[in-house]
Each structure stands twice: as C-alpha cells, then as structure tokens.
Design a protein around this ligand. Structure first.
Ligand SMILES: [Zn+2]
Length: 210
C-alpha cells in the first residue's frame, strides 16, 4: 500500500507510507511536519513503521522525523551526503524560517543500497542517488510496485530548484535523464510536492529533450 499524506508545516509536503499488504509493516518516507497526525495514522491503520526514509535533507521533508523516531523507535535513513544537511540548519533551510532543525543518529545510505523489511524480505526499496536539487538526493524505487519516491528531484511538469545549498542544475538534469527517466515507462513517480506522475508522461517534456 502506498498512502500519501500531505503534511503542512511552512510548506505543504507529501509524506508517504509505503507498507506491505502482507505484513502491514513498512517505511515512512519524508515526514516533513505534523508528527502527531502521522502517528495517529500509524495507530489507526495499525502500521508497524520499521524505518523512516528521507529523500533529501531539507527541513520540509524531515521536520517530524525526530519526534516520530523517538515515539516509534524507527531509525532514520538518508544519503551519506546528507550529514551536512542533517547537522546544519542553514543547509537544511530551517534557519530561514526561524527554526533550528538538526537530526541526530542518522543512518547513512550509499547509492544502490537496498532497504529491506525485517519481516518480509520481498518488501524492499532501492536507494538510487539523484543529486542536483541537493547533494544528498536519493529516490527510493520498487520495481515490483512500479513506484519511485522521488522527493524534489522531479515533479509533475517540472523539477526541483537548484539555487539552494548544494544545488546544481546540470547535475539535476543528468540525474533525471539518466536515473529517473530510464526506469520503466509505467513507473509512478511520487514527488515531494505535486500530484503523482509517470516516467512516460515526464519523458515527453520538451525540457528533457536535449
Ligand atoms: Zn527540497
């Protein structure tokens, strides 16, 4: 099951529950805000959250991660380049909004790492590095479910900003063209801020043509 929840902090961000239908256990991706509401949903559905996965280290994607980790004892994962964002409120942009978000005890992933459920080894996501919006961008991909959680790398009809700390437009476009748009056409792209789209739909955009 993929359950998108739009959470509201300084911005609206899509958090996603990616949960095995067989075990009701799985992962929470990008809990950007509203820890209480997300915990309520966990309770209501009886989910077991094994891991909290971040697509990148911007505060609007990780703002509720610490509270939820403390409550559910689910470890937090992000790409190895995320340490700078996790530990620096200027890099994770929280300081711009009068917040001081710092993550402790993060587990760092490398490109290609598999995140596997403890109770069902067929339930897994692959972390694929997609730098450009930030240096630590990863998408979490399931070939079986034709799904990729892409954060702010690519949106329906647009792509992420590249004018923030660590951003680079050339790098982002390479990540999109080489990593995202080479996934099977029917892959559904679950983004951080827009409604879902597909690889086929985004491939047709003129701005990815050259
Ligand atoms: Zn971002």
């Amino acid at each position: 099951m993929i359950l998108p929840i739009e959470v509201h902090g300084m911005f609206a961000t899509n958090a996603y529950f990616y949960i095995s239908d067989k075990t009701n256990s799985g992962f929470l991706i990008d809990p950007g805000a509203e820890a209480g509401r997300l915990l309520h949903i966990v309770n209501e559905y009886g989910f077991t959250i094994e891991k909290i996965l971040l697509t990148h280290g911007h505060f609007d994607h990780m703002g509720a991660a610490t509270s939820i980790r403390n409550r559910l004892h689910a470890p937090i994962y992000m790409h190895a380049n995320g340490e700078k964002y996790a530990t620096n409120p200027e890099w994770n942009l929280s300081r711009n909004y009068g917040l001081n978000i710092i993550l402790h005890d993060v587990n760092y992933l490398e490109d290609g790492d598999e995140i596997v459920s403890d109770v069902d080894e067929d339930f897994r996501l692959k972390a694929i590095a997609v730098p450009g919006h930030t240096t630590d961008g990863v998408m979490y991909y399931s070939a079986k479910d034709h799904a990729a959680f892409v954060g702010d790398t690519i949106f329906k009809e647009s792509f992420g900003r590249t004018d923030l700390h660590g951003g680079n437009e050339w790098t982002l476009l390479e990540s999109i063209k080489q990593k995202v748009l080479t996934l099977p056409d029917d892959t559904i792209l679950y983004s951080g801020h827009t409604e879902q789209t597909t690889v086929a739909e985004e491939k047709s955009r003129p701005w990815y043509a050259q």
